[in-house]
Design a protein around this ligand. Structure first.
Ligand code: GDP
Ligand code: MG
Ligand code: ZN
Length: 300
Protein backbone atom coordinates (compact mmCIF):
# COMPACT_ATOMS: atom_id res chain seq x y z
CA UNK A 1 0.00 0.00 0.00
CA UNK A 2 1.12 3.49 -0.77
CA UNK A 3 1.47 6.13 1.85
CA UNK A 4 -1.60 7.99 3.03
CA UNK A 5 -1.60 11.69 2.22
CA UNK A 6 -3.53 14.24 4.22
CA UNK A 7 -5.54 17.01 2.63
CA UNK A 8 -8.73 19.05 2.61
CA UNK A 9 -11.82 18.33 0.51
CA UNK A 10 -12.35 21.25 -1.85
CA UNK A 11 -15.25 19.87 -3.85
CA UNK A 12 -17.60 16.87 -3.90
CA UNK A 13 -19.84 16.11 -6.86
CA UNK A 14 -21.60 12.81 -7.54
CA UNK A 15 -19.49 10.83 -5.09
CA UNK A 16 -16.19 12.12 -6.47
CA UNK A 17 -14.19 14.27 -4.08
CA UNK A 18 -11.40 16.66 -4.97
CA UNK A 19 -8.75 16.82 -2.25
CA UNK A 20 -5.99 19.40 -2.07
CA UNK A 21 -3.22 17.54 -0.35
CA UNK A 22 -0.62 18.91 2.02
CA UNK A 23 2.14 17.89 -0.43
CA UNK A 24 0.62 20.30 -2.97
CA UNK A 25 -0.99 17.65 -5.17
CA UNK A 26 -4.68 17.46 -6.08
CA UNK A 27 -6.28 14.02 -5.74
CA UNK A 28 -9.59 12.86 -7.15
CA UNK A 29 -11.06 10.45 -4.63
CA UNK A 30 -13.89 7.99 -4.35
CA UNK A 31 -15.44 6.91 -1.09
CA UNK A 32 -14.23 3.82 0.68
CA UNK A 33 -16.64 1.30 2.11
CA UNK A 34 -15.85 1.99 5.74
CA UNK A 35 -16.70 5.67 5.41
CA UNK A 36 -19.98 4.74 3.78
CA UNK A 37 -20.74 2.34 6.61
CA UNK A 38 -20.09 4.98 9.25
CA UNK A 39 -22.89 7.05 7.63
CA UNK A 40 -20.66 10.09 7.61
CA UNK A 41 -21.07 12.12 4.43
CA UNK A 42 -17.78 13.77 3.49
CA UNK A 43 -18.13 17.56 3.38
CA UNK A 44 -16.19 20.33 1.74
CA UNK A 45 -13.75 21.48 4.43
CA UNK A 46 -13.22 17.98 5.81
CA UNK A 47 -9.62 17.06 6.60
CA UNK A 48 -9.06 13.58 5.18
CA UNK A 49 -6.47 10.90 4.61
CA UNK A 50 -6.27 9.69 1.02
CA UNK A 51 -4.77 6.55 -0.48
CA UNK A 52 -4.55 4.88 -3.88
CA UNK A 53 -7.66 3.15 -5.23
CA UNK A 54 -6.21 1.08 -8.09
CA UNK A 55 -8.99 2.45 -10.32
CA UNK A 56 -7.51 4.52 -13.17
CA UNK A 57 -10.65 6.67 -13.53
CA UNK A 58 -10.70 7.83 -9.92
CA UNK A 59 -7.19 6.96 -8.75
CA UNK A 60 -7.57 7.72 -5.04
CA UNK A 61 -9.86 6.91 -2.11
CA UNK A 62 -10.87 8.73 1.04
CA UNK A 63 -9.40 6.48 3.72
CA UNK A 64 -10.51 8.45 6.71
CA UNK A 65 -12.31 11.64 7.71
CA UNK A 66 -10.50 13.25 10.64
CA UNK A 67 -12.62 14.53 13.54
CA UNK A 68 -14.49 17.75 12.69
CA UNK A 69 -14.34 20.90 14.76
CA UNK A 70 -17.84 21.71 13.56
CA UNK A 71 -20.11 21.13 10.58
CA UNK A 72 -23.24 22.53 8.99
CA UNK A 73 -25.95 20.99 6.87
CA UNK A 74 -26.86 24.34 5.33
CA UNK A 75 -24.51 25.28 3.83
CA UNK A 76 -22.85 21.81 3.74
CA UNK A 77 -19.39 22.56 5.18
CA UNK A 78 -17.03 21.27 7.87
CA UNK A 79 -14.33 22.93 10.00
CA UNK A 80 -15.61 26.47 9.54
CA UNK A 81 -13.79 29.41 11.13
CA UNK A 82 -15.75 32.34 9.70
CA UNK A 83 -19.20 32.34 8.16
CA UNK A 84 -20.12 35.27 5.94
CA UNK A 85 -23.89 35.65 6.09
CA UNK A 86 -24.79 37.39 2.85
CA UNK A 87 -28.22 38.96 2.43
CA UNK A 88 -29.14 41.51 -0.22
CA UNK A 89 -30.66 44.73 1.11
CA UNK A 90 -33.17 44.52 -1.75
CA UNK A 91 -34.01 42.13 -4.66
CA UNK A 92 -34.71 39.92 -2.79
CA UNK A 93 -35.58 41.68 0.49
CA UNK A 94 -33.51 40.19 3.31
CA UNK A 95 -35.02 37.37 5.34
CA UNK A 96 -33.92 38.59 8.76
CA UNK A 97 -35.41 35.55 10.47
CA UNK A 98 -33.09 33.33 8.44
CA UNK A 99 -30.18 35.67 9.21
CA UNK A 100 -30.85 35.59 12.96
CA UNK A 101 -31.19 31.79 12.88
CA UNK A 102 -27.78 31.56 11.25
CA UNK A 103 -26.35 33.85 13.94
CA UNK A 104 -27.74 31.56 16.66
CA UNK A 105 -26.12 28.56 14.97
CA UNK A 106 -22.79 30.39 14.69
CA UNK A 107 -22.98 31.17 18.40
CA UNK A 108 -23.68 27.56 19.26
CA UNK A 109 -20.89 26.17 17.06
CA UNK A 110 -18.35 28.89 17.95
CA UNK A 111 -18.10 30.07 14.35
CA UNK A 112 -17.20 33.72 13.80
CA UNK A 113 -20.14 35.34 11.97
CA UNK A 114 -19.82 38.34 9.64
CA UNK A 115 -23.01 39.86 8.25
CA UNK A 116 -22.79 41.32 4.74
CA UNK A 117 -25.66 43.28 3.18
CA UNK A 118 -25.15 43.22 -0.58
CA UNK A 119 -26.46 45.31 -3.48
CA UNK A 120 -25.92 48.62 -1.70
CA UNK A 121 -25.70 50.20 -5.18
CA UNK A 122 -29.42 49.50 -5.57
CA UNK A 123 -30.58 51.24 -2.39
CA UNK A 124 -28.02 52.90 -0.16
CA UNK A 125 -30.49 54.09 2.48
CA UNK A 126 -32.06 50.75 3.14
CA UNK A 127 -28.68 49.01 3.04
CA UNK A 128 -27.18 51.39 5.60
CA UNK A 129 -30.24 50.97 7.81
CA UNK A 130 -29.77 47.20 7.96
CA UNK A 131 -26.04 47.56 8.55
CA UNK A 132 -26.61 49.87 11.50
CA UNK A 133 -29.16 47.53 13.10
CA UNK A 134 -26.65 44.67 13.10
CA UNK A 135 -23.66 46.82 14.07
CA UNK A 136 -25.59 48.33 16.96
CA UNK A 137 -26.36 44.78 18.07
CA UNK A 138 -22.61 44.23 18.44
CA UNK A 139 -22.02 42.15 15.33
CA UNK A 140 -19.50 42.57 12.55
CA UNK A 141 -21.51 43.90 9.63
CA UNK A 142 -20.56 45.56 6.33
CA UNK A 143 -22.29 46.73 3.15
CA UNK A 144 -21.00 45.36 -0.15
CA UNK A 145 -21.69 46.17 -3.82
CA UNK A 146 -20.80 44.40 -7.01
CA UNK A 147 -17.86 46.13 -8.67
CA UNK A 148 -16.75 47.93 -5.50
CA UNK A 149 -13.62 46.90 -3.63
CA UNK A 150 -14.22 44.53 -0.74
CA UNK A 151 -13.48 46.27 2.61
CA UNK A 152 -10.08 45.33 4.03
CA UNK A 153 -11.64 44.25 7.35
CA UNK A 154 -13.32 41.48 5.38
CA UNK A 155 -10.32 40.37 3.33
CA UNK A 156 -8.17 40.33 6.47
CA UNK A 157 -10.46 37.70 8.00
CA UNK A 158 -10.12 35.51 4.94
CA UNK A 159 -6.37 35.06 5.20
CA UNK A 160 -6.56 32.43 7.88
CA UNK A 161 -8.70 29.36 8.22
CA UNK A 162 -11.84 28.47 6.35
CA UNK A 163 -14.53 30.98 5.51
CA UNK A 164 -17.93 29.83 4.29
CA UNK A 165 -20.56 31.88 2.50
CA UNK A 166 -24.18 31.41 3.50
CA UNK A 167 -27.39 33.02 2.39
CA UNK A 168 -30.34 32.66 0.02
CA UNK A 169 -29.96 32.33 -3.76
CA UNK A 170 -29.54 35.46 -5.79
CA UNK A 171 -27.99 37.62 -3.08
CA UNK A 172 -24.54 37.72 -4.69
CA UNK A 173 -22.50 34.97 -3.03
CA UNK A 174 -20.88 33.86 -6.27
CA UNK A 175 -20.42 37.48 -7.33
CA UNK A 176 -18.60 38.13 -4.04
CA UNK A 177 -16.33 35.14 -4.68
CA UNK A 178 -15.53 36.34 -8.18
CA UNK A 179 -14.82 39.88 -6.95
CA UNK A 180 -12.44 38.46 -4.43
CA UNK A 181 -10.66 35.85 -6.50
CA UNK A 182 -10.57 37.81 -9.74
CA UNK A 183 -9.05 36.05 -12.71
CA UNK A 184 -7.54 33.10 -10.87
CA UNK A 185 -7.19 29.91 -12.91
CA UNK A 186 -10.18 28.19 -11.35
CA UNK A 187 -12.42 31.18 -11.69
CA UNK A 188 -11.84 31.78 -15.40
CA UNK A 189 -13.22 28.35 -16.20
CA UNK A 190 -16.20 28.97 -13.99
CA UNK A 191 -16.94 32.33 -15.57
CA UNK A 192 -16.86 31.15 -19.17
CA UNK A 193 -18.95 28.16 -18.18
CA UNK A 194 -21.43 30.54 -16.68
CA UNK A 195 -21.54 32.74 -19.78
CA UNK A 196 -22.26 29.72 -21.93
CA UNK A 197 -25.15 28.63 -19.82
CA UNK A 198 -26.54 32.05 -19.04
CA UNK A 199 -27.78 32.17 -15.47
CA UNK A 200 -25.49 30.19 -13.24
CA UNK A 201 -26.79 28.64 -10.07
CA UNK A 202 -24.27 27.27 -7.62
CA UNK A 203 -25.17 23.64 -6.99
CA UNK A 204 -22.27 22.51 -4.85
CA UNK A 205 -20.06 23.97 -2.21
CA UNK A 206 -16.61 24.66 -3.57
CA UNK A 207 -13.51 25.75 -1.76
CA UNK A 208 -10.93 28.18 -3.19
CA UNK A 209 -7.59 29.28 -1.82
CA UNK A 210 -7.20 32.91 -0.90
CA UNK A 211 -3.94 34.32 0.51
CA UNK A 212 -3.29 31.43 2.86
CA UNK A 213 -6.93 30.82 3.78
CA UNK A 214 -9.84 29.11 2.09
CA UNK A 215 -13.16 30.55 0.97
CA UNK A 216 -16.09 28.45 -0.12
CA UNK A 217 -18.87 29.43 -2.46
CA UNK A 218 -22.03 27.51 -1.56
CA UNK A 219 -25.52 26.92 -2.89
CA UNK A 220 -28.22 29.17 -1.45
CA UNK A 221 -30.97 28.01 0.90
CA UNK A 222 -34.18 29.60 2.06
CA UNK A 223 -35.50 27.46 4.88
CA UNK A 224 -33.96 26.27 8.09
CA UNK A 225 -35.65 24.89 11.19
CA UNK A 226 -33.69 25.54 14.38
CA UNK A 227 -35.22 22.55 16.18
CA UNK A 228 -34.36 20.18 13.35
CA UNK A 229 -30.71 21.22 13.36
CA UNK A 230 -30.46 20.59 17.10
CA UNK A 231 -30.59 24.12 18.49
CA UNK A 232 -31.97 24.36 22.05
CA UNK A 233 -33.82 27.25 23.69
CA UNK A 234 -30.72 27.80 25.81
CA UNK A 235 -28.74 28.55 22.61
CA UNK A 236 -30.96 31.37 21.33
CA UNK A 237 -29.31 34.25 23.19
CA UNK A 238 -26.00 33.26 21.58
CA UNK A 239 -27.20 34.96 18.38
CA UNK A 240 -28.01 38.20 20.22
CA UNK A 241 -24.95 39.87 21.76
CA UNK A 242 -27.04 42.96 22.61
CA UNK A 243 -29.42 40.82 24.71
CA UNK A 244 -26.56 39.06 26.51
CA UNK A 245 -25.01 42.45 27.27
CA UNK A 246 -28.22 43.94 28.66
CA UNK A 247 -29.14 40.81 30.63
CA UNK A 248 -26.56 41.49 33.34
CA UNK A 249 -28.90 44.19 34.63
CA UNK A 250 -32.08 42.11 34.66
CA UNK A 251 -33.48 41.63 38.18
CA UNK A 252 -33.46 37.83 37.93
CA UNK A 253 -30.26 36.01 37.08
CA UNK A 254 -32.26 33.39 35.16
CA UNK A 255 -34.34 36.00 33.30
CA UNK A 256 -35.48 34.74 29.88
CA UNK A 257 -36.41 38.27 28.75
CA UNK A 258 -39.79 37.00 27.66
CA UNK A 259 -42.37 38.02 30.29
CA UNK A 260 -40.39 38.77 33.45
CA UNK A 261 -40.79 41.98 35.41
CA UNK A 262 -37.81 44.30 35.77
CA UNK A 263 -36.19 42.88 32.67
CA UNK A 264 -33.52 45.27 31.45
CA UNK A 265 -33.61 43.72 27.99
CA UNK A 266 -37.30 44.45 27.59
CA UNK A 267 -36.79 47.97 28.92
CA UNK A 268 -34.34 48.66 26.09
CA UNK A 269 -36.48 47.31 23.23
CA UNK A 270 -37.34 50.04 20.78
CA UNK A 271 -34.44 52.10 22.10
CA UNK A 272 -31.00 50.44 22.31
CA UNK A 273 -32.34 47.04 21.26
CA UNK A 274 -33.96 46.77 17.85
CA UNK A 275 -37.59 45.71 18.11
CA UNK A 276 -37.40 43.31 15.16
CA UNK A 277 -34.35 41.58 16.63
CA UNK A 278 -36.05 41.23 20.01
CA UNK A 279 -39.28 39.90 18.47
CA UNK A 280 -37.33 37.25 16.60
CA UNK A 281 -35.38 36.31 19.75
CA UNK A 282 -38.64 35.84 21.59
CA UNK A 283 -40.28 33.86 18.80
CA UNK A 284 -37.32 31.44 18.54
CA UNK A 285 -37.07 31.14 22.32
CA UNK A 286 -40.74 30.26 22.72
CA UNK A 287 -40.69 27.88 19.77
CA UNK A 288 -37.66 25.97 21.09
CA UNK A 289 -38.82 26.08 24.71
CA UNK A 290 -42.05 24.37 23.69
CA UNK A 291 -39.90 21.62 22.14
CA UNK A 292 -37.37 21.37 24.95
CA UNK A 293 -36.05 17.93 25.90
CA UNK A 294 -37.92 16.44 28.91
CA UNK A 295 -34.75 16.31 30.95
CA UNK A 296 -34.19 20.04 30.63
CA UNK A 297 -36.55 20.77 33.54
CA UNK A 298 -36.64 24.44 34.48
CA UNK A 299 -35.48 27.49 32.64
CA UNK A 300 -31.81 27.94 32.03
N1 GDP B 1 -26.88 45.54 -8.42
C1 GDP B 1 -26.21 44.53 -7.87
N2 GDP B 1 -26.40 43.27 -8.34
C2 GDP B 1 -25.72 42.26 -7.77
C3 GDP B 1 -24.83 42.47 -6.68
N3 GDP B 1 -24.32 41.27 -6.31
C4 GDP B 1 -24.87 40.36 -7.15
N4 GDP B 1 -25.72 40.95 -8.02
C5 GDP B 1 -26.50 40.29 -9.08
O1 GDP B 1 -27.41 39.38 -8.46
C6 GDP B 1 -27.57 38.22 -9.26
C7 GDP B 1 -27.27 36.96 -8.43
O2 GDP B 1 -25.89 36.94 -8.11
P1 GDP B 1 -25.12 35.62 -7.71
O3 GDP B 1 -23.73 35.99 -7.38
O4 GDP B 1 -25.30 34.54 -8.74
O5 GDP B 1 -25.93 35.21 -6.39
P2 GDP B 1 -25.83 33.85 -5.54
O6 GDP B 1 -27.00 33.01 -5.93
O7 GDP B 1 -25.95 34.28 -4.11
O8 GDP B 1 -24.52 33.20 -5.83
C8 GDP B 1 -26.63 38.38 -10.44
O9 GDP B 1 -27.40 38.88 -11.52
C9 GDP B 1 -25.63 39.41 -9.97
O10 GDP B 1 -25.09 40.16 -11.03
C10 GDP B 1 -24.64 43.83 -6.21
O11 GDP B 1 -23.90 44.12 -5.25
N5 GDP B 1 -25.35 44.79 -6.85
MG1 MG C 1 -24.07 31.28 -6.47
ZN1 ZN D 1 -34.36 40.02 31.17
Amino acid sequence: MSEQVKGVITKGVGGVFTVRCNDGSIRLCQIRGNIRLSKLTPLVGDIVLTGESGDPDIPYVLEKILPRRNSLVRPPLANIDNLFLIFSCTDPVPDLKLLDKMLIICGKLKINPVVLFSKRDKDQNICDKYVSIYRDAGLKCYPISKGEPIPSEITALLKEGLTGLAGPSGVGKSTFCNNLLGESTVKVGDISDRLKRGKHTTRHAQLFEYEGGFITDTPGFTSLDLFEVGVLYTDVAGGYPEIIKASSECKFADCRHVAEKQCHVRDLVGDKIDEGRYDRYREFYEYLYSRRPNSAGGYK
